[in-house]
Design a protein around this ligand. Structure first.
Ligand code: PGA
Length: 251
């Protein structure tokens, strides 16, 4: 089954408003006929960029969201707030949220469940750390992250989820997982989805790879059978690099 690829740029805590507008002006001209292009700027830049990209087929998505609808949660942003400015997709479970901000599998499940139940699409990130890769128990780790995070969702909600396999040892390190390592995990994930849901869902869910995707390795990674695009950190901050990565997915 042919799945439309996604290239999502995670800008993390980079870019002032002026920087964002400058890069966005360039991004508008990228040729993207058969790929879904998304960028995830900081909360402060979501609304202006949403307006900026209005008619330019670039989706503006959030990097995080709270699991509650409203209340005394200083510093947090709700699904309802995102939707009120037209943002319909959010990244949940990025390894930086897990390791630096203490987001557990259980909290992430609450976020995914709340967001998808309220008509918000989710890019759910997961992946093993270096030690776990070296110990050889990375399949168990990945299975556990998925079981708690998304596999207990009802089938109508899993349809709102895109998965992003991001081995922590490959994020921001310049070390990319090799194609065999990536395909092995992506196939494993698709099988888990099949076992838990059904063939239609496992064939249609999109599974992205993230971790040091660059213009030089994007074509090879995106050609793998179970890879449906990428979540791009560092390279999404540079126009030429991001452009080549989008073109690599535009097939
Ligand atoms: P990277 O980051 O492309 O800089 O490795 C990926 C990510 O954090 O999603």
């Amino acid at each position: 089954m042919k799945r439309k690829k996604i290239v999502a740029g995670n800008w993390k805590m980079n870019m002032t408003l002026d920087d964002s507008i400058e890069l966005s002006n360039a991004l508008i001209n990228i040729n993207k006929s058969n790929v879904d292009v998304m960028i995830a700027p900081s909360f402060t830049n979501l609304y202006p960029l949403k307006k900026h990209f209005d008619t330019h087929q670039i989706d503006v998505i959030a990097q995080n969201v709270n699991q509650n609808s409203k209340g005394a949660f200083t510093g947090e942003v709700s699904v309802e707030m995102l939707k009120s400015i037209g943002v319909n997709c959010v990244i949940i479970g990025h390894s930086e949220r897990r390791s630096l901000f203490g987001e557990t599998d259980q909290i992430l499940f609450e976020k995914v469940n709340y967001a998808t139940s309220n008509d918000m699409n989710v890019i759910f990130c997961f992946g093993e750390e270096l030690q776990q890769r070296q110990n050889g128990n990375y399949f168990d780790i990945i299975q556990q992250q998925l079981e708690i995070g998304v596999l207990s969702l009802p089938s109508e909600l899993i349809k709102k989820v895109t998965l992003a396999y991001e081995p922590v040892w490959a994020i921001g390190t310049g070390v990319t997982a090799n194609p065999d390592q990536i395909q092995e995990i992506h196939q494993f994930i698709r099988n888990l989805i099949h076992q838990r849901f059904d063939e239609t869902i496992s064939n249609s869910i999109r599974i992205l790879y993230g971790g040091s995707v660059k213009s030089t390795n994007a074509v090879e990674i995106f050609n793998l059978a179970d890879v449906d695009g990428g979540l791009i950190g560092g390279a999404s901050l540079k126009f030429a690099d991001f452009q080549s990565i989008v073109e690599a997915a535009d097939v």
